[in-house]
Each structure stands twice: as C-alpha cells, then as structure tokens.
Design a protein around this ligand. Structure first.
Ligand code: SF4
Length: 191
C-alpha cells in the first residue's frame, strides 16, 4: 500500500476504514489465485517454497523503529534461485508493468532478500495474461523506505500529508469528498 497516495494511507490509519466488501472480495480472489498458481506450478514440476508468504521489514526512522509488513504472492525456486511471483487481475493488459505494482514487489524482494521476481497480469474478461520480470532496485527501495518514514512522521505528528495521488487513485478513493483534491486536475507524482 505504501506506493499509493500518502494522504489516503494517512486517512485509512486515522479513520480505521473498514475494507469494502468489493475490495475484500478482490483480496480473496487474489489469495485463491495464488493458491491455484501454486498448485499449477507444483503440478508442472516447479518447486513452490511458499504461497501468500508473510514478510516484515524493520527500518530506522530517526530514533524510532518502523515496521513494514505484507504478504508476497508466491516464492518459487528455479535452477537453484528463488523468485517472487505476484499476480494482478486487470481490465486490460498493460504494455509494461504498472509503477505501483513494481514498487510493491520491491518490498517483497527486500523482505526475502531476493533480487528477481515476476509480475503476472491476468486480464479479467478474456483470460489472457502477461508476464514481466522485475529486478530489485536499491534506489527505489530506499525511496520507498523514505516514504514509509514520511508517513510515520505524519501519523505521529497528526499532520495530514499533501495529496500525491495519480488521477486513477482518486477515482476509487473512499476519501474523495473529505480530501477536497480537484479530481479533474489529474495527478501529480511525487518523491
Ligand atoms: S482523493 Fe486522491 S489525493 Fe485525496 S486522499 Fe484520495 S487518493 Fe489521495
């Protein structure tokens, strides 16, 4: 979630927003798909080390520790090397991996100390798929850790961050009324 709008994340923590049934359904579909993929890979002779694999990253923010946690889709082993695989269902297959998905994978790779992974997009209506390799980038990971530290400072200081969403994020945001961002204005982006 850290790659998404900082203001939205702040409001989720502060308001304790319940996940909508629709979004909870999407999470469940993702989990089921990871399990299905795990079985398919195993049947195909691949070594699947973990499905829905939890990770924790602890980082220093000034004199405080911040903890980032999540679940990586799958960890597979191929020719002696481990890879993270993350799947996303999507309306239309992208020509290249979406930035926030690549950033999400950076945390998974860091959490398991791995250098390579794959993003698999599955088109919802036509059951087509695309696969993109993703490599760990220390520079991107450092940037994301700084972002985590920034969110931590806003939360502990009870100070609302500036909106930094991409336009599409606002369309689906639970806080668009409260936020007051001009949704017609497009998204700025950050770092
Ligand atoms: S409406 Fe957009 S800018 Fe405002 S909190 Fe939501 S995602 Fe962020």
């Amino acid at each position: 979630m850290l790659p998404s709008c900082l203001r939205r994340q702040f409001l989720i923590y502060k308001r304790g927003v319940a996940v909508s049934e629709e979004k909870a359904g999407l999470f469940e579909i993702g989990r089921l798909f990871h399990e299905f993929l795990g079985r398919t890979f195993r049947d195909g002779g691949l070594t699947v080390k973990a499905v829905e694999a939890p990770f924790f990253i602890v980082s220093l923010c000034g004199d405080e520790l911040i903890k980032i946690s999540g679940r990586a889709g799958l960890i597979i082993s191929l020719n002696g090397e481990d890879y993270i695989i993350e799947t996303k269902s999507i309306r239309n297959l992208p020509r290249e991996p979406l930035r926030h998905h690549v950033e999400q994978l950076q945390f998974y790779l860091a959490g398991y100390g791995l250098t390579h992974g794959f993003l698999i997009y599955l088109e919802k209506s036509f059951l087509k798929s695309s696969i993109f390799p993703v490599s760990f980038s220390l520079e991107d990971f450092r940037r994301l850790l700084n972002r985590a530290a920034l969110l931590h400072k806003h939360l502990t200081g009870d100070l609302m961050p500036e909106p930094d969403a991409e336009k599409w994020e606002c369309w689906f945001c639970e806080f668009k009324e409260e936020c007051g961002k001009n949704l017609k204005g497009g998204g700025g982006r950050r770092f």
